[in-house]
Write a protein of this length. Structure first.
Length: 87
C-alpha cells in the first residue's frame, strides 16, 4: 500500500519534470533533436528527463532502481497515449 502510494507520487513528480522538456516533437512523437541515425543531437547536454539514471540518482535514490525504471516507463506510455504519439 505504501509502495503503491509512493509509486503514484513518483509518477506525478516525473510528470512535473517531463513538463519542463524544452524541445518539440513532430506529430508522431519524434523529438526534434533526434537525428536520422537515431542519435541525439544534444546528447551531452540532453534534458534531465532524458537521463533516467541521473533523475533516479538526483531525486529518487530512495526508490529501488527497478521500481523507478518501471514508474518511468509507465509515465512514458501515459504521455505517448495522451499525445497520440506512435514512436
Ligand atoms: S535524448 Fe531527449 S533530447 Fe535527445 S533526442 Fe531523445 S528525447 Fe530528444
Amino acid at each position: 500500500m505504501v509502495r503503491d502510494a509512493r509509486s503514484a507520487v513518483v509518477k506525478n513528480e516525473l510528470l512535473d519534470i517531463a513538463s519542463m522538456f524544452p524541445h518539440k516533437f513532430d506529430d508522431n512523437g519524434r523529438c526534434e533533436m533526434l537525428m536520422e541515425d537515431n542519435s541525439c543531437m544534444v546528447y551531452e547536454d540532453r534534458p534531465l528527463i532524458c537521463n533516467v539514471k541521473k533523475v533516479h540518482e538526483r531525486f529518487f535514490s530512495e526508490v529501488k532502481q527497478e521500481d523507478f525504471f518501471k514508474a518511468n516507463e509507465d509515465v512514458c506510455k501515459k504521455l505517448q497515449e495522451e499525445n497520440n504519439f506512435t514512436v
